[in-house]
Design a protein around this ligand. Structure first.
Ligand SMILES: Cc1cc2nc3c(=O)[nH]c(=O)nc-3n(C[C@H](O)[C@H](O)[C@H](O)COP(=O)(O)O)c2cc1C
Length: 367
């Protein structure tokens, strides 16, 4: 059954704003599960807000066509429960996971917190997920027209050496089912995980992964934390470039000790994530290593800031929770206007510009 969004009363299209007070009165994780259950049972609900990306939003990355540069960040649909719903909303890409080899229950509850006045979240989930076998089965019926990435993580108790075997295993399991694979070494909620963001360990992992990468050709991305010093971040980024990863996702959540355990996302992360992304983008300029932007992205201005620094694809999580499904259409319309006014054919043409050329186009647009 298809719901015709153009026939819908604005009241229904604002359904999320109406349902939000009720959802926000519930414990954040309960509200999250409830929403995922509802949207997995009724993916056609997405048609209320559906915003198929206009042709001008298309671009090509790693030889694959993306209908929109807007992606759903990892962690929102860990077990690929509602991919149909998110694909119907118009996202160009969905990243499921973080998935571990075996199912895990994650950290003790409560582990998800809202800061509504600051449009931010904090979580200390610890990769609760149903495991690789379950996700593999789910992905057998994944949506065909939306790009899909799988974000992989080490299990709770794995040592650094065991973690290498787990990442190799997970890459091999999901390589044929996904458009890219993200190695997550940046969640603050799994003990020892962020310690893997060091040159020596990364060299061993990526050295071992390179033969699998050559066999399967599935792009390999690494997701980084914003909490490294510039010195550490430079060393790690240069290692990733040297090891020829296909992309870097920047950034994961940030640890704010005054707020409590776990990682903070959304507006409170915005400035830090932008600065770290810009730092990484500058280092990637020569190698042209793609940087996927995530962290505090909420408005078209945020996207322009990222594009002006050399970025292309980007993802959202927290802004989606606060603004709801209508955000997808709002961002699509803003990008469409921008491309139209720039006189360029599509996003591919914009992404092909040098950074000074991009900045000129953005400046002429009035930003
Ligand atoms: C509740 C929650 C769970 C998350 N789980 C994961 C995860 O499993 N794996 C991962 O790589 N990132 C995870 N993230 C991080 C997001 O993918 C994203 O990097 C981060 O939230 C910053 O983006 P945002 O400001 O748009 O939310 C999670 C974020 C939140 C809020």
């Amino acid at each position: 059954m298809q719901i015709q969004s153009h026939l819908m009363h604005p009241f229904l299209m604002n359904l999320y704003q109406l349902a939000k007070p009720l959802l926000f009165s519930l414990d954040p994780e309960k509200a999250h599960h409830l929403t995922l259950q509802l949207t997995s049972l009724m993916p056609q609900l997405a048609d209320l807000w559906s915003s198929p990306p206009p042709a001008s939003l298309s671009s090509t990355h790693w030889g694959t066509h993306f209908a929109s540069p807007l992606g759903l960040a990892a962690g929102l649909d860990k077990n690929a429960q509602s991919l149909d719903f998110f694909a119907r909303l118009g996202f160009g890409a969905l990243e499921c996971g973080t998935v571990t080899l075996k199912p895990q229950i994650g950290n003790p509850l409560p582990r998800m917190f809202r800061y509504p006045e600051e449009s931010s979240l904090r979580n200390s989930m610890g990769f609760p997920n149903e495991g690789a076998d379950h996700l593999t089965r789910r992905l057998l019926s994944k949506p065909q027209h939306t790009r899909l990435g799988v974000n992989i993580g080490k299990s709770k108790d794995a040592t650094a050496t065991e973690a290498i075997d787990e990442y190799l295993n997970l890459y091999e399991i999901f390589a044929a089912q996904s458009d890219w694979i993200t190695v997550n070494i940046s969640s603050p909620n799994t003990q020892g995980l962020r310690d893997l963001q060091n040159q020596k360990w990364l060299e061993s992992l990526l050295g071992e992964l390179s033969s699998l990468r050559q066999r399967y050709h599935t792009p390999l991305l690494v997701k980084l934390s914003p909490d490294m010093s510039d010195e550490e971040l430079k060393l790690v980024t240069l290692t990733l470039i040297k090891q020829k990863v296909d992309g870097i996702i920047a950034t994961n959540t940030t640890h704010m000790p005054d707020r409590g355990a776990g990682g903070v996302s959304g507006k409170l992360l915005r400035v830090k994530a932008h600065q770290k992304r810009k730092f990484i983008l500058d280092l990637c300029l020569e190698s042209q290593t793609p940087v996927i932007g995530v962290g505090g992205i909420e408005s078209f201005e945020d996207i322009l800031g990222f594009w002006a620094a050399g970025g292309k694809l980007f993802q959202i999580y927290t802004a989606f929770v606060f603004h709801g499904p209508a955000l997808v259409g709002q961002l699509h319309r803003a990008i469409e206007q921008f491309i139209k006014r720039s006189g360029l054919k599509n996003l591919d043409a914009f992404f092909a510009l040098t950074i000074p050329e991009r900045q000129k186009v953005i400046g002429l647009y009035g930003h």
